[in-house]
Design a protein around this ligand. Sequence first.
Ligand SMILES: *[C@@H]1O[C@H](CO)[C@@H](O)[C@H](O)[C@H]1NC(C)=O
Ligand SMILES: *[C@@H]1O[C@H](CO)[C@@H](O)[C@H](O)[C@H]1NC(C)=O
Ligand SMILES: *[C@@H]1O[C@H](CO)[C@@H](O)[C@H](O)[C@H]1NC(C)=O
Length: 321
Amino acid sequence: MGFLACVCLLQLLFLGSSPAAAAQQPPTPPARALDATLQDYAYRALARRPRTGIVYNGTVPADLAGVAVSALRLRSGSLRRRGFPNYFQFALPAGAVARPRVERAVLVYSDLGNLSDRYYPLPPGYAYLAPVLGLLAYDAANLSAVALPELSLVASTTPILVSFGSVRALPSGGPAPRCVWFDLDGAPQFRDPEASGNVCAAYRGGHFSIAVNSTVVAPPAPAPASPAAIAPLVPGTGGRATGNSQAWKIAGTVVGSAAALGLLASALLCLVRYKRVRKLEVMERNSEVGETLRMAQVGRAQAPVALWTRTQPVIESEYAA
Ligand SMILES: *[C@@H]1O[C@H](CO)[C@@H](O)[C@H](O)[C@H]1NC(C)=O
Ligand SMILES: *[C@@H]1O[C@H](CO)[C@@H](O)[C@H](O)[C@H]1NC(C)=O
Ligand SMILES: *[C@@H]1O[C@H](CO)[C@@H](O)[C@H](O)[C@H]1NC(C)=O
């Protein structure tokens, strides 16, 4: 390993252990990052002085083509008293509230379209019959705010209904479609739909879809996911029940720790070598100097002399003085 590489490595190590880097959070799961992005685009759709109870459609950047996002600003009191029966596929019942309590809330609707699989991968054996639809609530106090924390949207007596208009048709006699709800960790929970088959009931906001055991549906046309946008899933860790986010966390931790250990080991090796090289250099330099000066004429004989004396000779009388 070259000396320069060594120095670089050491710098990297100390840079890596600087407080700023140490304070960094573990990487945000893609679905959570998407929520934050969509909150931003939904808020941009709200005019400077948005009317309450009016749906504003957002526009998304090209890399999210196929995703729809909208914003709806409501007074909390109005939501609780009247609900909002017709926010795209969502019907919010009277009694729905956003917590913690705010004066006005913005409900951000999203339809992930053909990006549903990318951001909300299903456990093995399941396939989507409908896109993932999101309904999240935020505080409306500052409409230019970004990275807002979600409020929790809860229905008390009557559930929120999600009506998936057209789900993919299934051969009869196979397993029944199931409603799937994702919590903010991205872990899916399956429930049976309402009697009509394409309506899901929920007492919380979040992300919803309809899925089915994929052994009975033709595999969906593989989405040409760009390799950089989503990394391959790590099989075998986490398990089905805990979902992929768990597997991701574990894989990330393992890879991260291994890399850090490797870096530390190389740096230590490097430090040892560097010290040895420095020592050799010093020894060489001394020996070169010594070559010319070591032998001195002492009387008639050549005798080696020390270059430096450690204790300078002092005349004894100086002590007495
Ligand atoms: C918003 O988009 C939906 C479909 O995504 C459309 O039906 C509706 O008319 C749009 N609203 C406005 C105000 O453009
Ligand atoms: C999703 O659909 C949109 C058009 O609706 C298209 O522009 C985009 O490339 C598609 N994305 C993927 C990943 O298939
Ligand atoms: C799907 O159905 C097949 C056959 O009925 C069954 O063996 C498999 O365990 C099911 N998969 C899931 C994820 O339920």
